[in-house]
Write a protein that binds this ligand. Structure first.
Ligand SMILES: O=C(O)c1[nH]c2ccc(F)cc2c1NC(=O)[C@H]1C[C@@H]1c1ccccc1
Length: 232
């Protein structure tokens, strides 16, 4: 998160850190007791290894009472996701057991009505992604509030030049922005997850390249189907 601030500890109890070998790779969030939603691109350099999912954390390094690392039983990337573009950039992770819910670990509801969030709506993003252009990594969860920009502006020739589909949405990236390592985390508007930070590599903090999110509502059917098929 660029030019954000440290989140109030445990006010975002749905946040997950997807880790490999104890290292944060991407964000994610709890959508059900045994399921975390994140971004498919995040699996690109894992060469088949499963993530571990850290829940209930504020600091990545310090011991905290409700912090717990969960093993992952299944990782399902959306069938339409691929390394060449940002389309269908969603990843479902089934935890090996149901997460123990408490004030520091909670599920975040996601939007099921497929209707665009109005431009200028201010939404929240949070994560342990880079906090400076030089790639400095925070230890504690950061957050930032960003206004939604309409798809037409985001698709302008000088912005993302018609690559933003109806299943994506954008927020203003002037100075304050999401960045590498925040991918997979939720864009929360009025308390509901409307988007997932897209993990395609992009420049951060440049107003000419707005942040891109995969909208969740268009995928509610896929998400429900995968959760129903998992033995949970
Ligand atoms: O965050 C992303 O957009 C993104 N997209 C990817 C695609 C492939 C892939 F193998 C990884 C990623 C990845 N995450 C990262 O590189 C994470 C490792 C870097 C990081 C940044 C800040 C704090 C901790 C760690």
């Amino acid at each position: 998160i660029l030019r954000g601030s440290e989140a109030q500890p445990h006010l975002r109890p749905y946040m997950a850190s997807l880790q490999l070998g104890g290292q944060h790779v991407c964000g994610g969030f709890l959508i059900a007791q045994q399921w975390v939603l994140s971004a498919a691109h995040c699996t690109e350099q894992t060469n088949g290894e499963h993530f571990e999912v850290l829940l209930g954390a504020h600091s990545l390094s310090e011991p905290e009472p409700h912090k717990r690392l969960y093993r992952v039983k299944a990782q399902i990337a959306h069938p339409g996701s691929n390394i060449h573009n940002n389309r269908d950039d969603l990843l479902l992770l089934q935890l090996e057991e149901k997460a123990e819910l408490n004030e520091h670990v909670q599920v975040l509801p996601f939007q099921r009505e497929d209707r665009d969030v109005a431009a200028d709506t201010v939404c929240d993003a949070a994560g342990w992604g880079t906090v400076t252009h030089s790639g400095q990594r925070p230890d504690r969860l950061q957050e930032v509030r960003r206004p939604v920009i309409d798809r037409e502006l985001c698709n302008h020739r000088t912005r993302h030049d018609n690559t933003i589909t109806a299943k994506m949405m954008c927020t203003d990236s002037r100075k304050k922005d999401t960045c590498k390592g925040d991918s997979g985390g939720p864009l929360v508007c009025n308390g509901v997850a409307e988007g997932v930070v897209s993990a395609g590599s992009r420049v951060c903090g440049n107003y000419k390249k707005p942040a891109i999110y995969t909208r969740i509502a268009p995928y509610a059917g896929w998400i429900d189907g995968v959760m129903a098929s998992g033995d949970g």
